[in-house]
Design a protein around this ligand. Structure first.
Ligand code: AMP
Ligand code: ZN
Length: 150
């Protein structure tokens, strides 16, 4: 628990939230600035700053809770799809530094859905750059490249 952390405050009950679900490890509540109708945040009860820091068992529990909530939201709200989003680092739009997954139901009906894709779909990357970056990552991961570009 971090004293300065608003999400630790939500888990402790000192900061109000609209609770959606809770178990021993995770807590889920409505986002106060929803990107769409039914936007939920799922967090570990134990404070971890971000994706790099969260222990594997907490990450597993939060991911499974997010899946459960995504299915329930799709059924209950009649969502046409769901985005699950994590922001890791201020330059990746993280604003609250307690790990969380956004579960964002998506709707064909745009009166319920204010999300837009943050990159240009259908803009091909440079093949050589993509292959080189994939090669560097697979090398540090100790993997053989599983796919090729051609
Ligand atoms: P991120 O930018 O990925 O760190 O997302 C942080 C999210 O937390 C934003 O979508 C905020 O709207 C949401 N948020 C911040 N404070 C609260 C709060 N007290 N209750 C509910 N959601 C919050
Ligand atoms: Zn926290």
């Amino acid at each position: 628990m971090s004293n300065q952390c608003v999400f630790c405050g939500i888990v402790a009950g000192s900061v109000p939230s609209v609770k959606v679900a809770e178990d021993d490890t995770t807590y889920a509540f409505m986002d106060i600035n929803p990107g769409s109708d039914g936007h939920v945040l799922v967090i570990p009860k134990q404070h971890s700053k971000d994706l790099f820091e969260i222990p594997a068992d907490d990450l597993t529990a939060v991911t499974l809770a997010a899946q459960r909530i995504a299915k329930a939201a799709a059924r209950e709200f009649g969502a046409d799809g769901v985005n699950v989003l994590n922001c890791c680092g201020a330059d990746a739009w993280q604003t609250v530094f307690h790990f969380h997954l956004h579960v964002i139901p998506r709707y064909v009906d745009k009166t319920k859905d204010r999300l837009v894709l943050p990159w240009q779909p259908g803009t091909p990357g440079d093949k050589d750059t993509t292959a080189a970056l994939g090669g560097r990552l697979s090398a540090v991961l100790g993997e053989r490249l599983a796919t090729t570009m051609d």
